[in-house]
Every structure is written in structure tokens, then in C-alpha cells.
Design a binder for this molecule. Structure first.
Ligand code: CP
Length: 339
């Protein structure tokens, strides 16, 4: 694909070579993200960070990634604090914000809304999540993490065995990740969910028609025994008609250290897009896994910065100039990237 000037709206835009290009640029971002060097390659550029739905890591890591490339960030959070709450259209909002920005990252609760916004934008738009539809940058950072985690034991994404657990119907991260996995070879995907929250049939069929194996089950313990990755997800309460309806499924699957020890292979990597729901009635990924070295959830969040830096650099066409704009780090940087 042509990255320069393009919107990043869906994983459907990516072929395997494009994914590998993102990963190659993301690898080169590590010294800047880890505060070993500074680059000012995007000095003067402005990111419009438009988040019309709650977010912690996607919003902050988009901003952080842009700052780490030397750019500045202007943002709005929540529909209620924007003029969308006064009836302004996505079209008008896009025309306005794209006059203030060089690139826009956006999250919105409605499926298709980011594409609608992008159609009116004068600058590239990156989808930070549109309702239950897609979360392409999360899928890219998840796949980047998977690649890094499994290569330690001589494995690759080709031939990967992965289990997705939880609300596979509403979880946009699992939808986007599944479609990206289809670009690789011989993936075995086990979908573990209550019957009502199964992975959409179109995605299952898409994977199968691309030659992959998809198994669907509601039994966690039986299904996580022979996988490289156990990818847990939260019940997406905000996509249900009421909290009471979500309560029917909350707490149905809980991965904890005892279950991991009893059922998983020793090197199974544990992932979750976060936020995990740590309330007692949910707790889909127990905090007693926090010291498990195979828990990759905070490596995922760190990798999110690298992948988002790579996408900004590619879309704004500076990926090969990053090192030309380097300076030294002069402040105390701590040891947070060494563990
Ligand atoms: N993974 C993810 O999208 O997290 P946030 O909702 O906090 O951005």
C-alpha cells in the first residue's frame, strides 16, 4: 500500500508486506521511545487527537508517539466537550479540525464514523476505534507484540496457535487482529466465548477461506491447553443494551495463575488489549498473573507507542529521515524500559 498521505481506517488496507514494513519502522523507533535518543523529525507538525469515546492508552499513546517524533498534539475528549453535542456534523468537524492539523487520530462510538470523518478531512486520519467495528492500530501493535514474544522461542506468526477469550462479538480488537492474522500462513485460532458472544461468522469464514483453522468453543480450560497465545478480552459493557445484560456474561471466563499453571503450556504468552476489568465480578485476567513473565500486557502497551510512531512516520513520509533529526537525551531517564 501507499502509506504517504493515506488514511489508516481498516486492517483490510494491509497486506503482509505492509504489515512487515510497519514492523520494520517500529523496530527503528525503539531508541526514541526508550528515551535513549531524541528525534525532532516532525517538529512543527500538529496531531489532532479527537477522542469521542473513553480511552486511556490509545489516546495517550497516539499523543506520546507524535511528541516523541517532535510534533505537537491538540486534543478533544468526549462528545460532551465538543460541538458534536450541539448538533455539529462529522463533516463540519472534519473540515474544521483538518485545517488545524497535519494528521488526525480519532475514536468514536459509531461503526463507520471514522471513515465518514476521513472522507471530509483534508489531512490523513488514523482510526483509533470506531464502535464495535475496527481498531486497526491495536491489531498492529498486538501482532507486533506476538511476533516479538514468540520469536524468543524460535516461532513466528506463520503456524501460530492463538486463543481469543471473552466477548468476541463486540470486541473490535479481536475482529481487527483476526483479519490481520489472515495475511499469514497456517494460523490456528480458537475462539472461546459464550454462544451469544461468538466471533462474527463473516470473520470466521474469512479466516477459513484463507486456509486457516478456526475452532469455536465455550470451554476455556479445554481450549487453552495447546496455544502459543492466550488473548483475553473484557465484556464490552458499552455495546450491550444495559449493564444488566452485560452482567449475564461478566466473570464467565477468568484466567488466573492456577488455571494457567494447570492447563497452559509453560511458555504460553498471555495478552489482553486492556483495559482489563479488575472488578471482583469480572476479573477476566487476574492480578495474580502480574508476576508471570509470560504476561505481555504491558509490553503490548509499550509496543503501541512504537507502532503508532511508525504509522505517523510512514503516513507523513518521514520514516527514512528520523535519524537525520537526532539529538542527545540530557535528562534522567530511569530504568523503566530495562525490565
Ligand atoms: N486498548 C485500548 O483501546 O485501550 P483504551 O480504550 O484505553 O484506549
Amino acid at each position: 500500500m501507499q502509506f504517504a498521505g493515506s488514511h489508516i481506517l481498516s486492517v483490510d488496507q494491509f497486506e503482509r508486506a505492509d504489515i512487515e514494513r510497519v514492523f520494520e519502522v517500529a523496530d527503528r523507533m525503539e531508541p526514541y521511545a526508550q528515551r535513549r535518543r531524541i528525534t525532532r523529525v516532525l517538529e512543527g507538525a500538529i496531531l489532532g487527537n479527537m477522542f469521542f469515546e473513553p480511552s486511556t492508552r490509545t489516546r495517550v499513546s497516539f499523543g506520546c508517539a507524535f511528541n516523541l517524533l517532535g510534533g505537537e498534539v491538540r486534543e478533544t475528549t468526549g462528545i460532551e466537550s465538543s460541538s458534536l453535542s450541539k448538533g455539529e456534523s462529522l463533516y463540519d468537524t472534519a473540515r474544521v479540525i483538518s485545517g488545524y492539523s497535519d494528521i488526525i487520530a480519532m475514536r468514536h462510538p459509531a461503526a463507520g464514523s471514522v471513515a465518514e470523518f476521513a472522507a471530509a478531512s483534508r489531512v490523513p486520519v488514523v482510526n483509533g476505534g470506531d464502535g464495535p467495528n475496527e481498531h486497526p492500530t491495536q491489531a498492529l501493535l498486538d501482532l507486533y507484540t506476538i511476533r516479538k514474544e514468540v520469536e524468543h522461542s524460535g516461532r513466528s506468526i506463520d503456524g501460530l496457535r492463538l486463543a481469543m477469550i471473552g466477548d468476541l462479538r463486540h470486541g473490535r480488537t479481536v475482529h481487527s487482529l483476526s483479519k490481520l492474522l489472515a495475511c499469514f500462513r497456517n494460523v490456528s485460532l480458537t475462539c472461546i466465548s459464550p454462544g451469544e458472544l461468538r466471533m462474527p461468522g463473516a470473520i470466521v469464514e474469512f479466516l477459513r477461506s484463507a486456509g486457516h483453522t478456526v475452532t469455536e468453543t465455550d470451554n476455556l480450560e479445554e481450549a487453552i491447553g495447546h496455544v502459543d497465545i492466550a488473548y483475553a478480552t473484557r465484556i464490552q459493557e458499552e455495546r450491550f443494551s444495559s449493564p444488566e445484560e452485560a452482567n449475564r456474561y461478566r466473570g464467565r471466563y477468568r484466567l488466573n495463575q492456577a488455571i494457567y499453571t494447570r492447563y497452559c503450556e509453560p511458555n504460553t504468552v498471555i495478552m489482553h488489549p486492556l483495559p482489563r476489568d479488575s472488578r471482583a465480578e469480572a476479573n477476566e485476567l487476574d492480578t495474580d498473573l502480574n508476576e508471570n513473565p509470560n504476561l505481555a500486557i504491558f509490553r503490548q502497551t509499550d509496543n503501541g507507542v512504537l507502532v503508532r510512531m511508525a504509522l505517523f512516520a510512514l503516513v507523513l513520509d518521514v520514516a527514512e529521515q528520523v535519524a537525520d533529526h537526532e539529538t542527545r537525551v540530557t535528562w534522567y531517564t530511569g530504568k523503566r524500559f530495562n525490565d
